[in-house]
Design a protein around this ligand. Structure first.
Ligand code: NAD
Length: 289
């Protein structure tokens, strides 16, 4: 029987534990961790993500505020908001929801966030710490979630496992590869220019799929018994159901027959991303003492 890894349950467990830690932190220090989210424009998917982040932050006893900015806001104005939040001792985590409109330099925005408040972990200082194995940095949320879910299937010791990461983005592919390397996995990063990608994936004990292409990974790419973590969130029209649905980067119907463990979409990595964001916010608050 293939293990369908329950990301919702794992995320709920993290939130429950965090809630208790937040209560104790507030009692002892009289400080409530605060996450402030900047949302630019009216991208419907981003609105849903931000709503969920804010709701869940509040559910674990932390404060969450939203700054909504119009689609045509200037880069200078966003930077002014970030500068104000950087200087505000009551704000512990700052998150700028991506993607940003085309006229905004995403890189400049992310680099403007004070690294100790960079709860997405995208600032160069935080990625530098992750890549150098230095402690004290904030680690990107989705990659953290992937590793936690892989451990749910394989146990805490991932040492020696061959992990193939599909995708090399700064947000998912590269940081998850670094986290797996820290776990002593043998890591291969495959991407859009990789030759014989199916063959590369066939060697994997752990597959992390983060390419953004619906149903990309096929059943005959998977080594029997492998653990498959599907990061993809793709909205496609389902002819049979006559409506739009969310699917991952993994062809679930095929891969579930071969894998030893697999995350579903939705209900796999997605909930873990937010749970890890809450953890990062709490961590940022503890570092602020
Ligand atoms: P991205 O577009 O920045 O990167 C995609 C990567 O896939 C690139 O590195 C590219 O080299 C690789 N790629 C593209 N075509 C390929 C091909 N034919 N073969 C092999 N590799 C190929 O995307 P991203 O931000 O890393 O996100 C990837 C997916 O994960 C998307 O579906 C996104 O929606 C999803 N995502 C989910 C969460 C979550 O919380 N579950 C978080 C972030 C991203």
């Amino acid at each position: 029987m293939t293990n369908i890894i329950d990301g919702k349950l794992a995320a709920q467990q993290i939130r429950e534990q965090l809630s208790a830690k937040v209560d104790a932190f507030v009692d002892v220090n009289g400080i409530t961790p605060n996450l402030t989210v900047i949302l630019v424009g009216d991208n419907p998917a981003s609105q849903v993500y931000v709503r969920n982040k804010i709701r869940q932050t509040q559910q674990v006893g932390m404060i969450s505020n939203e700054i909504k900015l119009a689609d045509n806001v200037s880069q200078t104005e966003i930077l002014a908001h970030i500068a104000r939040l950087n200087a505000d001792h009551n704000v512990h985590g700052i998150l700028v929801q991506l993607p940003l409109p085309k006229h905004i330099d995403e890189h400049a925005i992310l680099e403007a966030i004070e690294p100790h408040k960079d709860v997405d972990g995208f600032h160069a200082l935080n990625s530098g710490k992750l890549f150098s194995g230095l402690p004290g940095g904030l680690v990107p949320c989705t990659p953290q979630g992937c590793v936690i879910l892989a451990k749910k299937a394989l146990g805490d010791n991932l040492s020696g496992k061959h992990a193939v990461v599909l995708g090399r983005s700064n947000i998912v592919g590269k940081p998850v590869a670094m986290l797996l390397l820290q776990q002593n996995c043998t890591v291969t990063i495959a991407h859009s220019r990789t030759e014989n990608i199916a063959q590369v994936v066939r060697g994997a004990d752990i597959v992390i799929a983060a390419v953004g292409i619906a149903n990309f990974v096929k059943g005959d790419w998977i080594k029997p018994g492998a653990t498959v973590i599907d990061v993809g969130i793709n909205r496609i029209f389902d002819e049979q159901q006559d409506k739009y649905t969310l699917v991952g980067d993994v062809d679930f119907a095929e891969v579930v027959k071969v894998a030893g463990a697999i995350t579903p979409v939705p209900g796999g990595v997605g909930p873990m991303t937010i749970a890890c964001l809450l953890e990062n916010t709490f961590l940022a608050a503890t570092h602020s003492l």
